[in-house]
Structure formats: C-alpha cells, structure tokens
Design a protein around this ligand. Structure first.
Ligand code: NAD
Ligand code: MG
Length: 394
C-alpha cells in the first residue's frame, strides 16, 4: 500500500512480547501518520495498555479481565478512548473495522476474537499459533470465507511463507522447521526432571512471553509449530521435518523435488516477521540487527531427540491421527503448562499429561463445526485437571 494511504489496524494482545514488537514496527513504519489503530487489547497490565492506547491514539482499548474494567476506565479517563472488558470486549475489538489484525493473544483465549476478525474479512497476521493448532482447517477456512489473507508471524512459518514459490507449490517435497533446542538442548531427562520455571524460561536466543519460553524448553512449542505448518501449508505429516539449529539464524526451509532447498535467514528478532506480515508482499526498511556472516562463522544442525523431548513424538501422533487431536494436545498442554508454572507438577510431567489426555480422547470424531473444537478443548482441559489432581494426591 502506498505510504500516503492510512491503514486501519487492530492488535489482539498488544501488551505481550509480540504485541510490543508489533507496535515498535508500527512506529518505525510511520506510527500515527500512517496507521490508525482501531483497537488494542491486553489482560492484566492496565498501565501499559493505557499508555499504548494513548501513544497510538487507539479508538478502543480492551482488557480481557472483566475485573479490571474500572482500572482501565480510570487510566484513560478524559482521553476520549473507548474502553471495554471481558470476552464481549474482545469481540468488540475484533469486530471493529480494521483491514489488518495482529492475533497475538497467548493460548486458545485468542481463538474466538481471531475468528470474529477473520469472519468480517480482515487480513490475519497470526502469532497465536494455538488457535490454529486447535481449530485446524476450520480456522483456515474461516479466514478464506471472510475473504482475508492469513499471514504467519511465527518466525519459522514466516520463513516458509517467504521461501514458498507461489506457482511451485506442487513441487514442494518437504518443510524443514528449525528449532533452537531451547535451554535444555543437551540436558538429560534426569537433569530436566527437577528444573524450576525460572531455569526453564531462560531462552538462549529469543526474548518471549512465558508460555512460549517454557514451550521452547520442552519443545512443545515446536510440536505446536509442526501442526501449525500442516494447516498453513497444506502438507502431509511426513513432509514436515524438524531440525535443531542452536543459533536460530536459519528460520526454516522449504525443500523442492529437484533437491533445492530455500531458506530464510535473519537475526532472531520477531520484528522482521511482523514487518513482513504488516506490509506483505512489500519488505519495509526495518531497524533490526543485520547478520554478519564472518562473525557468525558457523551454523550448526543436529537431529532432534524425541525421547528426551516427547512433545515432538506427540505432535507426530496428533498429525497422523488428525481430527481433534491437535485441539486435545493443545488444551491439555495449556493446563499442564499452568500447573508447572504454579508448582503443582514437574517439567517432565507436562508431556506425560498431554499424552494421557490424547490417548483418552482418540475416539472423538473429527470436527465439522467450531463447537466440536470448543467441546474437545473443554473435555481435554477437564481430563488434564483430573490427571494433575491425581498426581498431587499420589
Ligand atoms: P505474552 O504472554 O508476552 O503476551 C500475551 C498477550 O495476550 C498479552 O497481551 C496478554 O495481555 C494477552 N492475554 C493473556 N491472557 C489472555 C486471556 N486469557 N485473554 C485475552 N488476552 C490474554 O505472549 P507472546 O510471547 O507475545 O506470545 C503471543 C502469541 O504469539 C503466542 O501464541 C505465542 O506462541 C506466539 N509467538 C510468540 C513469539 C515471541 O517471540 N514472543 C514468537 C512466535 C509466536
Ligand atoms: Mg516459532
């Protein structure tokens, strides 16, 4: 779009790691001179949400936490910025006219508002991988039905999106997702058994929100990304490979049937993928670190270990079984993640609980409507909570 045309945008999850990076990109590309911010949403960090809304002149600010409505109202009193809260507030933010919506809420909490934005035809910049893992093809269809474009923001999927040649999709042989391997890349299972949240969240390369940081340590994040790749790029499970690449410079690759492999490289900084999603198919000038190959000197690759990181095996299971297993794995993992953060279970228990719930729900028929997804999600959460309670009692 020419620089003279103002673009209306909305950020679902503006106060998180991706949300803040998105606003940084928006600022770099012209800020209020070029963009009109229709709505911003957050959760507990009211101060930051109010500050963002004022800086960017948002029309509407929403906290997902109903109990914080008055705090947000007070923080924005006299500014003319509308305020809303709770699930209906999120729906209002999603429904407000904006041609581009950043989906950056963490977890399945982002599914309903992202679907609402998709239904009215917005282009969806998708960071919130959980909503795609959970709703799968139904989610992709919802975006297409609305008439918008689904643009991946996850660095791996942005890399693949960039390396896919539009008229050569039929010639794609494989998708190679890179994984940093996280802080426990070379740890034994015994070493991982007793780790604390503080140790697990310390990612070697990326600075991110808590859930994805823990997910990088357990490789559950990569597991979600395998399923995300299947739905985004319409490939068969056996076409999806994972390779551990500790430097996080090669963001992912597409292998073609002539043996060629196209990769996308860059510094580990989400702003490149966010900028690409915001101005696609243009490449805006961005103030991010440039790669210095002489300094890098080497790029390492190693096979992933599905025994130390069972999440990868579970993703493979979910991919081959199909149906609602993605929704089930995702929901069980969300509950297990929270239990780990709360100190109720250990690091390795997360995958065990996810597997247990997946095995209990193999006979669920594939989803034909979004209600089936919500039902499977709720059932998986219930089973995961029961499994956690049993462990605590034992
Ligand atoms: P974060 O925890 O930093 O931010 C999450 C955002 O969601 C915040 O704005 C928060 O207020 C909001 N939120 C939290 N709970 C909510 C709820 N119940 N209802 C509504 N809103 C709620 O997370 P993040 O790291 O920015 O990740 C956001 C999404 O992007 C995740 O799906 C993650 O997997 C994905 N992602 C993140 C990165 C990264 O570098 N951080 C990279 C790739 C993909
Ligand atoms: Mg990623």
């Amino acid at each position: 779009m020419p620089l003279s045309t103002r673009q209306r945008i909305t950020l679902l999850g503006s106060t998180g790691s991706i949300g803040c990076s998105t606003l940084d990109v928006v600022q770099q590309l012209g800020g209020r001179d070029r963009f009109t911010v229709a709505a911003l949403t957050g959760h507990g960090n009211i101060e930051l949400l109010a500050e963002q809304a004022q800086t960017f002149g948002a029309e509407l600010a929403v906290t997902a936490d109903e109990g914080r409505y008055q705090d947000l109202k007070d923080a924005l009193s006299g500014t003319g910025i509308e305020v809303a809260a709770g699930p209906s507030g999120l729906q209002e933010a999603a429904a407000r006219e904006a041609s581009w919506v950043m989906a950056a809420i963490v977890g399945t909490a982002g599914l309903a508002p992202t679907l609402a934005a998709a239904a009215r035809g917005a282009d969806i910049a998708l960071a919130n991988k959980e909503c795609l893992v959970s709703a799968g093809d139904l989610f992709v269809q919802a975006v297409h039905r609305g008439g918008g474009t689904l643009i991946p923001v996850d660095s791996e999927h942005s890399a693949i999106f960039q390396a896919l040649e539009d008229d050569q999709r039929h010639a794609v042989e494989r998708i190679v997702l890179t994984a940093s391997g996280g802080p426990f890349r070379s740890w034994t299972r015994d070493q991982m058994a007793g780790v604390t949240v503080e140790i697990a969240r310390a990612h070697p390369n990326w600075s991110m929100g808590l859930k994805i940081s823990i997910g990088s340590a357990s490789m559950f994040n990569k597991a979600l990304e395998m399923i995300e790749a299947k739905h985004l790029f319409d490939v068969r499970p056996e076409q999806i490979e994972v390779i551990v690449h500790p430097q996080s410079i090669v963001h992912s690759m597409v292998g073609y049937r002539d043996g060629s492999v196209l990769a996308q490289l860059g510094a580990p900084d989400m702003r490149t993928a966010i900028g690409y999603a915001l101005t696609y198919p243009d490449r805006p000038p961005l103030n991010v670190e440039r790669l210095d190959f002489a300094k890098l000197a080497r790029l390492d690759f190693e096979a992933p270990d599905e025994i130390r990181f069972p999440a990868l095996r579970l993703a493979r299971l979910a991919l081959t079984r199909g149906g609602l297993q993605g929704a089930v794995m995702n929901a069980a993992e969300e509950i297990a993640f929270q239990a780990f953060v709360d100190g109720a279970i250990g690091f390795l228990d997360m995958a065990e609980i996810a597997e247990l719930v997946m095995e209990t729900m193999t006979d669920w028929a594939p989803a034909t409507a979004m209600d089936d997804v919500f039902a499977a999600d709720a059932a998986a959460r219930g089973l995961a909570r029961e499994a956690i309670a049993r462990r605590k009692a034992a």
